[in-house]
Design a protein around this ligand. Structure first.
Ligand SMILES: [Zn+2]
Length: 133
């Protein structure tokens, strides 16, 4: 198996609901995203996927988030615990969107995990269990 990891970042604000603490107030982060994809087979050029192509897919996935107030995005705009704009839910949101993007253009490759850094010292990793290619 091969695993490729690409790193990027975006700036966005959020405020947490149902939480008493500093993060309940509106504030921003420069979120760092690390995306990993896995697959078994290389293409004719000896690549799992061109880094450039993967970066473009990630850019498309996070475009909506960059310089946004995350709470205003529909996905994060309800009272469900899965809609609170926490790093956990944001990592899953990125994972799910990228999974959809990747599926539409590539066969035999899947997103293995999304790690989202909220600060240089705190990250969340989201992945799905038992998924085959
Ligand atoms: Zn925060």
């Amino acid at each position: 198996m091969y695993e490729l990891t690409v790193k990027t970042n975006f700036a966005a604000a959020h405020s947490l609901r149902n939480y008493s603490g500093e993060c309940a107030s509106l504030h921003g982060h420069t979120w760092v995203v690390e995306v990993s994809v896995v697959g078994r087979e290389l293409d004719d050029a000896g690549m799992l996927i061109d880094f450039k192509k993967l970066k473009q897919l990630i850019a498309k996935t996070i475009e909506e988030l960059d310089h946004s107030y995350i709470n205003e995005i529909l996905y994060f705009n309800s009272d469900s615990k899965y809609s609170n704009p926490t790093a956990e839910n944001l990592a899953r949101y990125i994972y799910e969107n990228l999974k959809r993007e990747l599926k539409s253009v590539e066969q035999g490759i899947r997103v293995s995990k999304v790690r989202l850094w909220e600060s240089p010292n705190a990250s969340v990793t989201y992945w799905e269990e038992n998924k085959s290619l």
